[in-house]
Design a protein around this ligand. Structure first.
Ligand SMILES: NC(=O)c1ccc[n+]([C@@H]2O[C@H](COP(=O)([O-])OP(=O)(O)OC[C@H]3O[C@@H](n4cnc5c(N)ncnc54)[C@H](OP(=O)(O)O)[C@@H]3O)[C@@H](O)[C@H]2O)c1
Length: 302
């Protein structure tokens, strides 16, 4: 690793992006963090409060003209994207960001993938993952090297957004085979792996990380141990039942965000998006937190 490499982070005000900035600073990098014009002061303050030394905030939007965005990228050698949004952000915006990175002379781009193994999925399995696959296809042959970082599901999302745990009812619900292994990682550990990849000049292709590889039965056990609560494990149906439920909801709603959490679960519980191998050993300095400890610490759900 060269001394103090500079990394540009888009999405720095987000859940994952903020942690990536933190991890990069912790690992000795200089960071140029993109902040959208008009971003709330508290979001900017959260970044500047991290550490003034080594952190520059630059204003911009990844849909800005590539010439202007290239000025924001400046002399960063690696560009990380942790943006979230629709296809205008994830496909067109990220392609625009890569054009800007090329103009600025950056060498590598880490797209906002941060998911389970999206290389194994088909179009239609998950519409938000489709956009990431479309961005990857559009970036084939780009003038910067594209390195994808995958982490399975965030612990925060397994406890929160997925809607599996109902603390009031005292239940943990799941679809599919309770013994199917699932990949998952906390947001800070995903950020630490992403920073390690960004600072590793030899990293190429797609790198896969997991804080835990556990079945739903083991997940249930870890959540109980961590929380000190007894939760009844509820089986909602088979993976085929889940597919039918997704199709039923898709037919009944114009808004795919109403069932995207089920699409994420389907990709996991079928094993279709399961990692075949992990790259954790490449970065022994990152020691992911066990899920039970994460729950015990009362870490936030997302
Ligand atoms: N594996 C998992 O379980 C899991 C779960 C959640 C997320 N993720 C992935 O993690 C990544 C980050 O998600 P997140 O939850 O951290 O997102 P988030 O909290 O919603 O943050 C999104 C970030 O993108 C920025 N952004 C949006 N549009 C932009 C644009 N046009 N130009 C510049 N910046 C823009 C936002 O800026 P503002 O602050 O100005 O809005 C914000 O900083 C995504 O790839 C997401 O799919 C994975």
């Amino acid at each position: 690793m060269s001394s103090s490499p500079k990394v540009f982070v888009a999405g720095a005000t987000g859940l994952l992006g903020g942690q990536i900035v933190r991890a990069l600073l912790d690992q000795g990098a200089h960071v140029r963090a993109l902040v959208r014009p008009g971003a709330p002061e508290e979001k900017k303050n959260a970044l500047t409060g991290l550490r003034a030394d080594g952190l520059e905030l630059v204003e911009g939007d990844i849909t800005d003209p590539a010439e202007r965005l290239a000025e924001a990228v400046g002399d960063a050698t690696t560009v990380i994207s942790a943006v979230q949004g629709g296809p205008e952000v994830i496909v067109e915006g990220q392609v625009n960001l890569v054009r800007a990175a090329e103009k600025a002379g950056a060498k590598r781009f880490i797209p906002s993938d941060f998911a389970f193994d999206l290389t194994k999925l088909d179009d239609g399995d998950n519409f938000m993952i489709d956009w990431r696959r479309q961005a990857a296809a559009a970036l084939t042959g780009a003038g910067v090297e594209v390195v994808s970082v995958l982490n399975g599901a965030f612990y925060e999302v397994m406890i929160g957004f997925m809607g599996l745990v109902d603390w009031e009812q005292g239940t943990l619900s799941h679809w599919g085979d309770p013994d199917q292994p699932l990949d998952m990682t906390s947001v800070p550990d995903t950020a630490a792996f992403a920073a390690a990849v960004a600072l590793d000049p030899a990293a190429t292709g797609t790198l896969r990380f997991a804080g835990e590889v556990m079945s739903m039965r083991e997940f249930h056990d870890a959540v109980q141990r961590g929380s000190g609560r007894t939760l009844r494990l509820r089986h909602l149906g088979t993976a085929d039942d889940l597919r039918a439920e997704i199709e039923r909801r898709a037919a009944a709603s114009q808004n795919p965000f109403e069932y995207v959490a089920l699409q994420y679960q389907w990709c996991m519980v079928t094993g279709k998006a399961k990692f075949d191998s992990l790259d954790n050993a490449r970065y022994p300095q990152v020691t992911p937190q066990p899920l039970a400890d994460f729950v015990r610490a009362g870490a936030p759900a997302a």
